[in-house]
Design a protein around this ligand. Structure first.
Ligand code: SAH
Ligand code: AVI
Length: 329
């Protein structure tokens, strides 16, 4: 493919256009003023955070990526046969590594027309979009740099039966109320010919879960601590990342992993860009992510609450990870 053809097949839209720094400032202002400090996990993913996440996917302890890939290898052709999808829209697409399995199945079925990547990390959208138009001659790629909680209106109108994919278990990173809001918004996007494919990590032994979020090489710790570097860079803050410790704990009542940063000492941090000083007591923790773990029943109930119907449930042999195919009820 010539460069000119490749350029014609690729469109990019940046829905963030500078307002991301405003949301970061607002999220930090609100999240760090609370008695129980918390930041939304999307701020983990600057370019460095996205690179660290890619490294996490390769870790021996972090099973979700490998298992989801193995399920996709087995069922991608069935999913495409069931949906007749001509376009794939992926929310939180990152490097779109596993996406290729769906695109390959669409190409094999002769339906592949367009891929739409949506991610808050600009570099990830640009790089994956550029790679995919080279790898799939004739494929149209639209990259939407945006927040899937705020910018679904910017998706291009569907032209073919659409498969909307939300892989990796990222749905687990929403707290429950936001999850229902998000799934409802996704359901409203779906026309009768469209489907949703959603990856969920499943409830399992605490030791397996906690090791996946606290690996022996320290990559997840670096990923978690990177959020402090984001605040230092974007808000002129003076966090000393060395004085915080990565914590990953499974909460059995909530059925979710929590990633936190524990302050090793009493300290006050300045955030000049938002004219805020934040004090941490020794041992005080800042929550940076929840990662919910599901059961089949819970997925079905939550899909139904959002106006979706579970059509197929695909798992790996150990029942550690699942992909659900759904459509609007
Ligand atoms: N789907 C890939 C990547 C998962 S990591 C996989 O399965 O491996 C989560 C991805 O979601 C990251 O690429 C991150 O940048 C993106 N993300 C997180 N919060 C987001 C938000 N609010 N809006 C858009 N993308 C988001
Ligand atoms: C993107 N998301 C599904 C990952 C997860 O497992 O919750 C993010 C992650 N956090 C720590 N390790 C990986």
């Amino acid at each position: 493919m010539t460069d000119a053809t490749a350029a014609a097949a690729l469109t990019l839209h940046n829905a963030l256009d500078g307002d991301e720094s405003r949301t970061l400032a607002e999220d930090v202002r609100q999240g760090l003023a609370r008695p129980f400090k918390e930041l939304p996990p999307k701020h983990l993913y600057d370019t460095r955070g996205a690179e660290l996440f890619e490294q996490i996917c390769e870790l021996p302890e972090y099973y979700p990526t490998r298992l989801e890939r193995s399920i996709l290898e087995r069922v991608a052709a069935d999913v495409i046969a069931a949906t007749a999808a001509g376009e794939l829209v992926e929310l939180g697409s990152g490097s779109a590594a596993k996406t290729r399995l769906l695109l390959d199945a669409m190409a094999a079925a002769g339906t592949l027309r367009r891929f739409v990547a949506v991610d808050v990390t600009e570099q990830a959208v640009r790089d994956s979009a550029t790679e995919l138009i080279q790898e799939y001659p004739g494929l149209e790629v639209h990259g939407l740099i945006g927040d899937f909680e705020r910018h679904l209106d910017y998706l291009p109108p569907a032209r073919e039966p659409r498969l909307l994919a939300f892989l990796g278990g990222t749905i687990g990173n929403f707290p429950p109320a936001a999850r229902l809001r998000f799934l409802t918004a996704v359901a409203e996007l779906l026309r009768p010919a469209d489907h949703l494919l959603i990856g969920t990590d499943l409830v399992k032994d605490r030791a397996v879960l906690e090791a996946a979020y606290d690996d022996s090489a320290g990559v997840t710790a670096a990923f978690n601590l990177n959020i402090l570097h984001v605040l230092n860079r974007e808000l002129g803050a003076n966090f000393d990342p060395q004085s915080f410790t990565h914590v990953a704990r499974f909460d059995e009542d909530e059925e979710w992993i929590e990633m936190r940063l524990r302050s090793d000492r009493a300290q006050t941090v300045a955030l000049p860009a938002i004219a805020m000083d934040v004090s941490f007591a020794e041992g005080e923790e800042l929550r940076t992510e929840v990662s919910a773990k599901f059961t089949r029943e819970r997925v079905a109930v939550e899909l139904e609450a959002a106006g979706l119907e579970l059509l197929a449930w695909y798992t790996d042999p150990s029942d550690w990870f699942a992909l659900s195919l759904a459509r609007r009820a």
